[in-house]
Design a protein around this ligand. Structure first.
Ligand SMILES: [Zn+2]
Length: 103
C-alpha cells in the first residue's frame, strides 16, 4: 500500500496516509479535491440554467401552445419551432463572436 505524508492545505497539519485532515477534515487529495470542485461548478451552472426564468417570448409561445383552438395551437407550434431554431443559431453566433472577441 502506498503510504504518504500529506500536508493539509487548509490548516497546515501533517497527516499520515489520510484522505481527510485529522485536524480540520479538509480533503487532502488535491486531484480529488479539484475534481470535486469542478463537478460542483458544473452542477451549479446546470442548476442556474434550470432556474433561469423563461424569456417573455417563450412564455407567450408556450401559452399559445395550450390554446384550446387547434388552428392557433398549430400556428404557435410552427412559430415555437422557428423560435427555437433561431435561438440556437443566435446563441451560436453570440458564442462565436464572444470567442473571436476574446481572441
Ligand atoms: Zn487541516
Amino acid at each position: 500500500m502506498n503510504k504518504s505524508y500529506i500536508k493539509c492545505l487548509e490548516c497546515g497539519t501533517i497527516n499520515y496516509n489520510n484522505d481527510y485532515c485529522s485536524n480540520c477534515d479538509a480533503l487532502l487529495d488535491v486531484v480529488l479535491k479539484r475534481k470535486l470542485e469542478s463537478e460542483k461548478k458544473i452542477e451549479a451552472k446546470v442548476k442556474q440554467e434550470k432556474e433561469k426564468p423563461p424569456s417573455k417570448v417563450e412564455v407567450f409561445l408556450k401559452n399559445g401552445l395550450e390554446n384550446p383552438n387547434s388552428i392557433i395551437r398549430y400556428f404557435f407550434k410552427t412559430i415555437y419551432g422557428i423560435w427555437l431554431f433561431f435561438a440556437v443559431i443566435i446563441g451560436g453566433i453570440i458564442a462565436a463572436v464572444t470567442a473571436a472577441a476574446a481572441g
